[in-house]
Design a protein around this ligand. Structure first.
Ligand code: ATP
Ligand code: MG
Ligand code: MG
Ligand code: MG
Length: 565
């Protein structure tokens, strides 16, 4: 591509409202422009990188045997009513009406759409397992769009869904997807970790997130270099809680202290024999027949009333239940599951984990039992609280290493969904014995556009982006220092032709700009190899420079082919 006629607007200055380096560089290098808060247009250079990421993702998805589809972006509200998520997804769901006043949503994720598709077509175990993926624009009206495409309101996601007749089959697919994710992020040149994640409100079983290590990451992960243990601390803390103390409804064998009168923070404090101000508020949300917990320090104000708070008798708005903890992080005073002290109790009914409830008390209160009785529900929750959170320097739960913390950017997420969606939507198949069963599902997401930013966070220097070869928008940046010089111009053109004949993707800076401008732009864009045709063109001498190492040398054009090997 000739730069003279390429739409490649670079910026010398750092854009005022871009807080993080990847956001700054994506604007400065001309990869994208903002159109409104959390909405971006990708320019030619940005689109080329997106295509490269997509090709890596496609390649690895196809290898798992998943088939590519493209599902509708606009979702009729009826589908979301079937799973109840129309009501519980919260304000993150972008809603709109058509000319007939029918309600729709712009898809933030596609469980409903794909489940409806599969339930209508697949009736027998013989067609299972089945796995499909798409690469498509998603919409989420994020509370705080920020950091450019790291948290935008419109973004490209790869989402895959699988359908199974047995748990073993799901396990196998999950493992395949997990490996594919490892390959994808490695091929993208990312330094990342797969971590155990918290299944939270969705209430599945296994789930892992893929975290790119970065200071600006919004998640904290606990891991150990000398063991394979790694977890999102939202999950790491739960792991620390003593579940063996849990009492399932009906199991009267274990000794528990009943607290039927605890309905307020004051009553909780009295029960625990602590000062009320030692209590960090405990809020249990009932979400889609499951319970999630939020731990909030001090007062907070949320408008609209949708969900009843079980403890304290207050009513507060249900935040996006899919990510209630995430959302609450932006509520002033929220300490989340990462508080200084804490209790977390898994809610168990029918022998399966239905969610979590919790309470937090002041420091140094140990060995307390507490019971929650839900007046809405026919089970009680009893648990034991462990005041200790996982901290740096702890032995890892597998005993193999020492815990350290790091911040991470979530670029991918794999999830065993179980039968939540198939049961709600009637995705039923006939098993080998002719018996009706709900399909067992998994879902697997990757933030394609978020990857661009994550890659730049990890691959840049003070001059600009340093693209990994696998994602670079062009292979080579060819620069003619002075296009008005006939010899330089001639050699530049010749190399441009030859390199393209050799199948290199070349960006050719043929602009009549000052050399300083050209070199600065080149460093900013960060293509792996720069070839400069300058004063020595006459003798066939050119300068080659590797962007990553900065190594620069003069070579004869005849040596170029060998250099590029
Ligand atoms: P987050 O915790 O960052 O809000 P999420 O857990 O809500 O992400 P998922 O529902 O797991 O996201 O979606 C799959 C992937 O989509 C995520 O792992 C992430 O890479 C990407 N993603 C999610 N939200 C956004 C967003 N607002 N902007 C860009 N990418 C996103
Ligand atoms: Mg989210
Ligand atoms: Mg997340
Ligand atoms: Mg996620």
């Amino acid at each position: 591509m000739r730069q003279q006629h390429s739409f490649l607007p670079t910026l010398r200055d750092v854009p005022a409202d871009a807080e993080v380096i990847s956001h700054q560089l994506m604007l400065r290098a001309g990869l994208m422009r903002q159109i409104a808060s959390g909405l971006y247009s990708y320019l030619p250079l940005g689109q080329k990188v997106i295509r490269k990421v997509q090709e890596i993702v496609r390649d690895e998805m196809n290898k798992t045997g998943s088939e590519e589809v493209l599902l509708s972006t606009l979702h009729p509200a009826e589908l979301w009513h079937e799973t109840g998520r129309w009501d519980v997804y919260g304000p993150e769901l972008m809603r709109l009406k058509d000319r007939h006043e029918r309600a729709f949503a712009l898809g933030p994720t596609h469980e409903e759409v794909i489940t409806s598709l599969v339930r209508d077509e697949i009736k027998s175990y013989k067609k299972l397992p089945l796995s499909m993926y798409q690469i498509q624009t998603k919409f989420r009206d994020e509370r705080r769009p920020r950091f450019g495409v790291l948290r935008s309101r419109e973004f490209i996601m790869k989402d895959a869904y699988s359908f199974h007749a047995t748990d073993e089959s799901l396990d196998e697919m999950y493992q395949k997807m997990y490996s594919a994710y490892m390959n994808i992020f490695t091929r993208c040149g990312l330094n990342f970790r797969a971590v155990e994640a918290d299944s939270g409100a969705i209430g599945g079983t296994d789930t892992h997130e893929f975290m790119v290590l970065s200071e600006i990451g919004e998640d904290t992960i606990a891991f150990s270099n000398s063991s394979s243990y790694a977890a999102n601390i939202e999950k790491a803390e739960v792991t620390q809680t003593s579940y063996e103390q849990l009492v399932v409804d009906g199991d009267k064998e274990k000794q528990v202290v009943d607290t039927p009168n605890v309905r307020t923070v004051e009553e909780l404090a009295a029960f625990l024999a602590v000062e009320p101000n030692q209590i960090i508020k405990s809020v249990a949300f009932e979400v889609d027949s499951e319970i999630v917990v939020a731990l909030v320090r001090g007062d907070f104000e949320i408008n609209e009333t949708k969900v009843k708070v079980l403890l304290g008798g207050q009513t507060i708005e249900l935040l996006s239940p899919e990510s209630v903890v995430q959302d609450l992080k932006s509520v002033p005073g929220f300490v989340g599951p990462v508080g200084p002290v804490g209790l977390q109790v898994k809610i168990v009914a029918d022998n399966s984990v239905k969610g979590m409830a919790g309470a937090v008390v002041g420091a140094n209160e140990k060995d307390k039992h507490i019971q929650y009785v839900s007046p809405e529900r026919d089970f009680t929750v009893e648990g034991y609280y462990d005041l200790r959170n996982i901290v740096e320097g702890d032995p890892s739960p597998d005993g193999q290493g020492i815990i350290q913390f790091a911040e991470g950017i979530e670029v991918g997420h794999v999830f065993k969904l179980g039968t939540k969606y198939s049961e709600a939507m009637g995705a039923i198949f006939l098993d080998e014995n002719g018996k009706d069963k709900p399909m067992i599902m998994g879902c697997y997401g990757i933030g394609v556009t978020r990857i661009l930013a994550a890659v730049i966070e990890q691959n840049h220097d003070e001059k600009g982006i340093v693209w990994p070869v696998s994602l670079a928008p062009y292979d080579i940046h060819l620069i003619t220092v002075n296009p008005k010089d006939e010899q330089q111009q001639e050699l530049g053109e010749k190399l441009y032709q030859e390199l393209r004949n050799q199948r290199f993707d070349v960006l050719y800076d043929d602009r009549k700009e000052r050399p300083g401008v050209k070199f600065n732009d080149s460093d900013l864009m960060g293509l792996p190899v720069r070839i400069t045709v300058g004063k020595k063109a006459q003798e066939g001498i050119i300068e080659v420079k590797a962007r990553k190492s900065g190594d620069m040398e003069e070579i004869h054009v005849n040596e170029l082919e060998a250099y590029l090997q």
